[in-house]
Design a protein around this ligand. Structure first.
Ligand SMILES: Cc1cc2nc3c(=O)[nH]c(=O)nc-3n(C[C@H](O)[C@H](O)[C@H](O)COP(=O)(O)OP(=O)(O)OC[C@H]3O[C@@H](n4cnc5c(N)ncnc54)[C@H](O)[C@@H]3O)c2cc1C
Length: 448
């Protein structure tokens, strides 16, 4: 049987684009469907616009210290509307560049929403397309908790289109997305409250990272409700009112309420029942280590099938899929070697095992932890309380570094480089023997 394409990809986000371009480079005839903007969540409503707000907010934080650095007059006004317009323009240019990349790679882009007809056939706005292999790369969307008044809240998607900067901002959820928005909105001058269902924010990170970031944000005036959940949202005379139950009971007033309580895969409307593709427990698409579903010509990558919902993971899965299926070289993704960061201020980043994970694998005597906490030069001179924390987890038996964790300026960039060395199996002695660059924050990893 002949098909229109060797591979058809549903979704042109991080995973789908990477897979489509890689498969085409192996000589496959590839088509890709996208019903929104090219680039998916990361480019249009995730990593990129978020990092641009982080940068915008950094000017506000630096302004607080500017007089210590000799600046006498700093412009005080931040124009949110002008800024978001510039962000939109930048994203448009990225969309254009993705379109050119697809053209250059020889991938056909078809605009529209794809659904399954059978194992080899998709329907796109009334048009039937056939393919030998189909890759599902449809990503996810924010979860909305089932509480009265949830329709008054917004999600990360709407954050980038707020018509104005709110004065009072409440975040429901203490994961990295909620915490990043809490941090940047606080820096931009909003009064921020975070409602988190645990004692510490940022579940999954090392406990020292969690507590230091929480403390750093509290020092900047963010109010936390721990072990708490939002029970109801109402529209009051003076804006929105969120009713909180937990360690403390309270009703907090807000202009904007952001819900950041996890994400769900975009699988319901795909017609998966027509091809009997199985789902895993949390509703994600079940795949094997080569990203193949239970149907042997249908694959899935990225947020719709992965438990690690990060752009580099989606890309790595897309490329590994293409190499395995079209490059004829089996390749899998190593999920234990994924660095992660939270772009709050203070910033945090991690690679490898947390202290808890290492102790549960090697026992208390099998693990040594080395850490330091100090005020970096920039904050010392700037007169702020911002501290840096660095920590490595070492296997006692052979002194191998199992994990590195950091809170402080440039944490993500520093941990990214350290990750390469840790992957290569360095020991604590290797770090001690490496000469640092002075004066930097990173050099402290060589002196733990
Ligand atoms: C606020 C926020 C901040 C984030 N920050 C970071 C970060 O700093 N670092 C990081 O690594 N990750 C970050 N992420 C996560 C990252 O964005 C995702 O992990 C990544 O985008 C997943 O890529 P994907 O290809 O699986 O899905 P997506 O990028 O979501 O792409 C899926 C695409 O499929 C399209 N689609 C869906 N269904 C269909 C259909 N039936 N037909 C046609 N098209 C369809 C969608 O429109 C979408 O464009 C962030 C996410 C959010 C929400």
């Amino acid at each position: 049987m002949t098909f229109d394409y060797d591979l058809f990809v549903i979704g042109a986000g991080s995973g789908g684009l990477a897979a489509a371009k890689a498969a085409a480079s192996y000589g496959a005839r590839v088509g890709i469907a996208e019903h929104e903007a090219l680039g998916g969540t990361c480019v249009n409503r995730g990593c990129i616009p978020k990092k641009l707000i982080v940068y915008a907010a950094d000017f506000a934080l630096q302004k607080q210290m500017a007089h210590r650095y000799g600046w006498t007059e700093c412009d005080n006004y931040f124009d949110w509307t002008r800024f978001t317009k510039s962000v939109d323009k930048h994203l448009e240019s990225l969309n254009d560049s993705f379109s050119k990349q697809l053209q250059k790679a020889g991938v056909d882009l078809i605009k529209g929403y794809a659904t399954f007809v059978d194992n080899h056939t998709l329907e796109l706005d009334g048009r039937k397309i056939t393919a030998d292999k189909i890759l599902i790369a449809v990503g996810g969307r924010p979860n909305l908790p089932d509480i009265p008044g949830i329709e008054f809240a917004i999600t990360s998607r709407e954050m980038f289109h707020l018509p104005y900067l709110p004065k009072r901002f409440v975040v429901i959820g203490g994961g990295y997305i909620g915490i990043e928005f809490a941090s940047m909105m606080n820096a931009l001058g909003c009064k921020v409250t975070v409602i988190n269902n645990d004692e510490l924010i940022l579940s999954g990170f090392d406990d020292d990272v969690r507590s230091r970031i929480q403390q750093g944000l509290a020092n900047r005036g963010i109010r936390f409700f721990h072990n708490s959940t939002a029970k109801q949202i109402k529209l009051g005379e003076d804006g929105l009112l969120v009713n909180i139950k937990g360690d403390k009971q309270a009703t907090v007033a807000a202009d904007t309420i952001l819900v950041a309580t996890g994400r769900a895969p975009n699988v319901e409307k795909l017609g998966l029942e027509k091809v009997s593709v199985e789902l895993a427990e949390k509703g994600t698409i079940k795949v094997n280590e080569y990203n193949c579903t239970n149907v042997d010509n249908i694959y899935a990558v990225g947020d719709c099938s992965s438990s690690l919902q990060l752009t580099p993971v989606a890309k790595a899965e897309g490329q590994a899929f293409a190499k395995t299926v079209f490059g004829k070289t089996p390749k899998t993704v190593n999920y234990s070697e994924v660095p992660t960061a939270v772009f709050s201020r203070p910033e945090g980043a991690s690679f490898g095992m947390t202290e808890k994970q290492a102790r549960s694998e090697f026992g208390d005597d099998g693990v040594e932890c080395f850490s330091t906490e100090f005020k970096p030069l920039f904050s010392q001179f700037g007169g702020t309380e911002e501290k840096a924390m660095m920590k490595i987890i070492v296997q006692s038996e052979n002194q191998r570094v199992l994990g590195a964790h950091m809170v402080g300026e440039h944490a993500a960039d520093i941990i990214q480089s350290l990750g390469v060395a840790i992957r290569k199996g360095i020991t604590k002695q290797d770090l001690d023997d490496t000469i640092g660059i002075h004066p930097t924050t990173a050099e402290e990893f060589m002196t733990l």
